[in-house]
Ligand binder design. Structure first.
Ligand code: CA
Length: 237
């Protein structure tokens, strides 16, 4: 899934340049010229990352970043602040804005992408293209393939996203509501029972390689991906 990146920048030339860079890297830019416009965009759909200019007309980037950190829905949204070289840059780094990273204008496409990938890898590994492997189960987002003990495993797009999320967040229990938010996206109104259906389908998809034990149900709490569900026992051949 291409990462949705909200670009909050009032200078249209810079905004366009960033949008072009993001598109070339296979990401989807969403453009806003002010904090107020950005807030409206966020109400519609939560982006995967925000590129936020410090100097904006109206509410400043610093205040907007603090607002995002204060709201439960946007609290964990990855933020990269854009600053101008020199005094502004130094001053900003001294402030507690809650931003994940800072990037100084002008920047190269390469630098921008390196920062975006680093922040996403840390904050939202399920939307990066890094292949993941645990004990014979391999998922490659780039080719959209899952293999279990070398065998290709067929599954639907939702099961794939679910497995990708689980594999990038192992050993943690997620409730149905949390899985809906992370895998289906927030603001999507789906019954919680739907999660159970897709969990069952995911287990069934892992069965041909006898790897269904990776996906565990924790009674009364939710579901969890265990990196080594055999607990010291040798996995069945
Ligand atoms: Ca500006």
């Amino acid at each position: 899934m291409p990462a949705q990146i909200l670009v909050v920048e009032d200078e249209s030339a810079i905004q366009e340049l960033i949008a072009l860079n993001l598109e070339q890297a296979g990401q989807t830019p969403i453009l806003a010229g002010s904090a107020e416009e950005a807030w409206t965009c966020i109400q519609t759909a939560l982006p995967d990352l925000v590129l936020l200019d410090w100097m904006l007309p109206g509410q400043s980037g610093v205040d907007f970043a603090r607002r995002l950190r204060a709201e439960p829905r946007t609290r964990l949204l990855p933020i990269i602040m854009l600053t101008a070289r020199g005094e502004e840059d130094d001053k900003l780094r001294g402030l507690d804005t809650g931003a994940d990273d800072y990037i100084t204008k002008p920047f190269s496409t390469k630098e921008l992408q390196a920062r975006i990938k680093a922040v996403l890898r840390r904050r939202a590994p399920e939307i990066t293209d890094d292949a993941i492997e645990y004990n014979g189960l391999n998922l490659d987002p780039a080719s959209h393939r899952v293999t279990g003990k070398g065998k290709g495993l067929e599954m639907g797009p939702t099961e794939f996203r679910l497995l990708h999320f689980f594999m990038t967040h192992p050993e943690r229990v997620y409730s149905r509501t949390q899985l809906l938010d992370h895998v289906w996206g927030d603001h999507v109104f789906i019954e919680e029972r739907t999660v159970d259906v897709h969990i069952r389908r995911l287990r069934a998809a892992l069965e041909p390689a006898r790897l269904e034990a990776f996906v565990q149900t924790v009674r009364g709490a939710g579901h969890r991906f265990s990196k080594a569900p055999w607990r010291g026992r040798t996995p069945s051949p």
